[in-house]
Design a binder for this molecule. Structure first.
Ligand code: ATP
Ligand code: MN
Length: 476
């Protein structure tokens, strides 16, 4: 049986015979002794293997380079070195796969270079840490909702609803793109397509989750989401994972409390369970940043995570936020790319980050946005100009959560659909949820990658998903 490095380093008993399989990170050889540092993905740390080089052939010795895979047997012994408590005194070593010309040498490569080799970057320390944290966050998400008796709901990936994503959806079709069947007016005849209607990849599981919440009470979805928006930024992917709780009888304030509890639970979970991974990324963040006194975004990673965990999130209405931004020095001296000029405009990422990093100096919940810049399903406030929306803004990231109390009054919902040109026939099933026993309810969407971006201190969203899809880019 193969032993995992994680178990050997945690609770390995000195003197036991062990078998380990993994990849070589580094090799150092002298006449009497060879040191290999090897990893197997089970934990952040590597295992030091010590061996008498005369036990293996000259040829094998030269093949033991960075990236090569090996199987090693020997005894676990107390280490002479001070960087590890135990090491493997090897008496047998087999080469599983050599790696001549392996492109990732044991030195710091740029993240851009590694992005070109997304299939190999799992082997680096940095990406090992990122993807183990991504796993831990995903696990903690299920844990959080399960312990609160939410039902995990699998919502469709292929959808016939295009109400939400106008213009931003990927089409799903089996029609021949060269010879599509046409109607007499020249438009494509989707009645002969696979589903007998036009279909797309989902941009959100929310509408389906709402239907489920009105029967199951508290539900959440957690799945892939697709957006064909041409946003080539460090925070947008064309394919990303979203977590969407939807809760019967929750009103906006309950929704905000749930979201804050949720984010803090996830942070607390990784601080407790991913210490080695965070230590590795923390070291990186110290290398990258200057003086911690300059604000949250300049804090080393662990300080930043602990800081956010301990602060109550600030709360501000959109109207107050606009007033703050209009008055802000970067707005007055022209350093915002998008000047803040009037009530009613959407907030850009630079505005969101100003509120978080410079004004409030902690995460911010912005509520009650103008009706006309938000989706049709958000509940209209009594002022008739704003809706019961809430966005949560995080340092370095901007919007991490978008949510709202939903419009449960069918007349208001119909009017909102009319205003936004959504055909009632297409959403008759959705209107049924308001026809039969309608209730107040609320929910939100958390972009998994935006959270992992914050949690790892990485700066580009392409570095926290295994195989990123962005405009013009779909490598593996
Ligand atoms: P943004 O304004 O940043 O483009 P949005 O308002 O379009 O986001 P929502 O529709 O509210 O996003 O989606 C809910 C959450 O999903 C967002 O708060 C964010 O965390 C995440 N998200 C949205 N779009 C993307 C994307 N293209 N890539 C990664 N995550 C995303
Ligand atoms: Mn949003």
């Amino acid at each position: 049986m193969t032993n995992k490095i994680k178990e050997l380093l945690q609770s390995g008993i000195i003197g036991t015979c062990v078998d380990v399989k993994g990849w070589i990170r580094t090799k150092r050889v002298s006449k009497q002794v060879m040191f290999l540092s090897m990893h197997d993905g089970s934990c952040q740390r590597s295992l030091q293997v010590v061996m008498d080089p005369s036990l293996i052939s000259e040829q094998l010795l030269t093949q033991l380079g960075t990236g090569a895979s090996i199987a090693v047997s020997g005894n676990l012994v107390a280490s002479q070195g001070k960087s590890q408590a135990v090491e493997l005194q090897a008496n047998q070593l087999t080469l599983l796969g050599s790696a001549p010309d392996y492109p990732l040498q044991p030195k710091a490569h740029s993240l851009e270079f590694l992005r070109e080799l997304s299939h190999l970057r799992f082997r680096t320390n940095t990406f090992g840490a990122v993807f183990r944290i991504r796993h831990a966050v995903s696990y903690a998400i299920h844990h959080f909702f399960h312990q609160r008796s939410f039902i995990y709901l699998h919502t469709p990936i292929i959808t016939a609803v295009d109400a939400e994503g106008a213009g931003e959806m990927f089409r799903v079709t089996t029609l021949d793109p060269l010879h599509p069947p046409r109607n007499s007016d020249g438009s494509i005849d989707f009645r002969v397509d696979f589903f007998k209607k036009s279909t797309n990849l989902t941009v959100s599981g929310q509408l389906a989750a709402e239907a489920a919440a009105m029967g199951l009470g508290s539900v959440y979805t957690f799945g892939p989401t697709f957006r064909a928006e041409n946003s080539n930024t460090a925070r947008h992917l064309a394919e990303f994972w979203m977590v969407e709780p939807e809760v019967a009888f929750n009103e906006l304030p309950d929704n905000i409390v749930l979201a804050e509890d949720f984010l803090k639970f996830l942070l607390d979970y990784i601080l407790k369970n991913c210490q080695e991974e965070l230590a590795c990324l923390h070291q990186r963040s110290i290398g990258n940043n200057g003086n911690p006194k300059h604000g949250i975004q300049q804090m080393p990673l662990m300080d930043r995570l602990n800081f956010v965990l301990q602060q109550p999130f600030a709360r501000v209405s959109y109207t107050e936020a606009i007033a703050i931004l209009m008055d802000a020095p970067p707005n007055k001296n022209g350093s915002f790319t998008y000047p803040v000029t009037r009530w009613g405009m959407d907030l850009q990422s630079e505005h969101e980050r100003y509120l978080v990093e410079h004004h409030f100096k902690r995460p911010v919940v912005v509520t009650d946005y103008p009706r006309d810049i938000k989706a049709f399903y958000m509940r209209q406030n009594d002022d008739e100009n704003t809706v019961a929306a809430m966005d949560i803004l995080f340092p370095g990231v901007g919007e991490i959560i978008g949510g709202s109390q939903r419009e449960e009054r069918i007349d208001y919902l119909r009017q909102a659909m009319q205003r936004t040109n959504i055909q009632q026939e297409d959403l008759n099933w959705y209107l049924d949820t308001r026809r039969f026993g309608t209730i107040p309810h609320s929910g939100f969407g958390l972009g998994l990658e935006r959270f992992v971006l914050f949690a790892t201190g990485m700066e580009n969203i392409r570095d926290v998903i295994p195989f990123p899809r962005t405009p013009g880019h779909v490598a593996c």
